[in-house]
Ligand binder design. Structure first.
Ligand code: LLP
Length: 419
């Protein structure tokens, strides 16, 4: 888990006191440190590119904030987009269409038409989609997604590579699918898979690399189609708990690239990290408003609930918590850290040992840059929080908090109900 600096028990992020940010911008608030984003990108980009050309497609489903996408664009990132919305936001953030790959599932013809208009390459998820695209844009730039029957991930809902999931073309049918693509007039440039999310070990990535190499070789040998790009998807996990370790991306890069170089004619790799790039660049700051001691439990009631960060409630995920204004103090009491949502499933942490808390303390929820804001909601009619980018002792709002006007926007009361 990453370490933060402190001064007189005050946590520092991007050269600024976390409590100052909370006071200035209000809570809850997502705070992203620009330098960390850049470091994360460079670490994985360099590990692979010093071995073979590798495109890093930021999976912006993890965090589609325009400023964050912009920072990564400056670093040379490409984009993995799963919807027209993501593709459009990436274009707004300055990515050229050829640096975006759209990988959808249950894709409509209309969405494909819009992507074609914007010249965004399409990664095909099914024979049905292939045939429909052939009607819309014959010869369009496509890649193909295989279901490799290798899956892994931190929760069963995020394992995507197993044969019982809805994703990709089964590996037993993929060569035929390429044959059909050729017959329809396409010349697919790539082969893609994604095993799942939050994978902490190198093993499943190595396993799937071998499966993918075999498929690429079969496509080449049977159909004479030499694929340009092998895309291994995303899924690299990060250490959420103090006891967990960072994935050694040098080791990962070495294992993958040595296999690809030795056993295939593929010359370019692609990866689609989401979490790895953005997760630990961001903390969520939440203020403690209410301390409730009951005979059975001690609750710290904050302004961040599952509307702000759903991962603990949804996946049972662990997010480390510190106290911004008591940073480094020894844990003393056990709390359930809960939010303002009217459901008992509204918690950020359960049975968590923390320094003794008081009303007004600012909690720091770690590793919230991936699937934090992106999965937030306006449930209970609480607007989503602001997002701030910090760099060199300066903070800028990169997304404003939603107001009640935002919640009411687009709603209409029929005039007959106003009589
Ligand atoms: N590529 C594809 C095709 C994907 O479906 C995903 C994630 C990624 C890349 C990026 O995966 P990452 O590197 O971020 O693990 N909401 C869940 C994660 C769902 C991921 C879905 N697909 C969570 O909060 O853990």
């Amino acid at each position: 888990m990453r370490q933060f600096q402190s001064e007189n028990e005050q946590m520092i992020i991007g050269g600024m006191k976390a409590t100052d940010l909370a006071d200035r911008f209000g809570t809850p608030i997502y705070v992203t440190e620009e330098d960390r984003l850049r470091e994360n990108f460079r670490r994985i980009y360099d590990a692979f590119n010093k071995r073979m050309p590798t495109r890093i497609h930021f999976a912006c489903k993890a965090n589609a904030n325009l400023a964050i996408m912009r920072v990564l664009e400056q670093e040379g990132s490409c984009i993995d987009a799963v919807s027209l919305g993501e593709a459009e936001l990436a274009l707004k953030a300055g990515y050229s269409p050829d640096r975006i790959l759209y990988t959808g599932t249950s894709v409509s013809n209309e969405e494909m038409r819009q992507l074609v208009q914007r010249k965004v390459p399409i990664n095909i998820d099914s024979p049905s989609q292939l045939r429909r695209l052939a009607q819309i844009a014959p010869g369009y730039r496509i890649s193909m997604r295989v279901n490799p029957d290798v899956g892994a991930g931190h929760h069963q809902h995020v394992v995507t590579g197993k044969k019982t999931t809805k994703f990709g073309i089964p590996k037993g049918a993929i060569v035929n699918a390429y044959a059909e693509a050729l017959a329809l007039g396409f010349k697919p440039y790539g082969l893609h898979c994604h095993i799942g999310a939050g994978v902490q070990e190198v093993g499943p990535f190595i396993e799937v690399t071998d499966v993918m190499i075999e498929i690429a070789n079969e496509v080449r040998d049977v159909l004479g189609l030499k694929l340009e790009v092998l895309d291994l998807g995303g899924g690299i996990g990060i250490p959420y708990k103090p006891s967990e370790h960072e994935m050694d991306v040098d080791l990962l890069a070495d294992a993958i690239t040595s296999r690809v170089k030795e056993h295939s004619s593929i010359r370019t790799l692609a990866l689609e990290p989401g979490r790895y790039l953005v997760c630990d660049s961001t903390v969520l700051l939440a203020r403690v408003h209410d301390i409730k001691d009951t005979p059975d439990k001690r609750f710290a009631g904050t302004d961040a609930g599952f509307n702000t960060l759903i991962r603990p409630a949804f996946y049972g995920s662990y997010h480390h918590i510190a106290v911004a204004n008591k940073f480094g103090r020894e844990p003393e009491l056990t709390y359930d850290v809960v939010g303002p949502i009217c459901e008992s499933g509204d918690f950020i942490a359960k049975d968590r040992k923390l320094p003794r808390l008081a009303e007004g303390d600012v909690l720091v929820v770690y590793d919230t840059g991936a699937y934090g804001y992106a999965m937030s909601s306006t449930y209970n009619s609480r607007g989503r929080p602001a997002e701030v980018l910090v760099h060199d002792g300066q903070a800028q709002v990169v997304r404003e908090a939603e107001t009640v006007d935002d919640l009411a926007r687009g709603q209409k009361i029929p005039s007959r109900l106003m009589l």
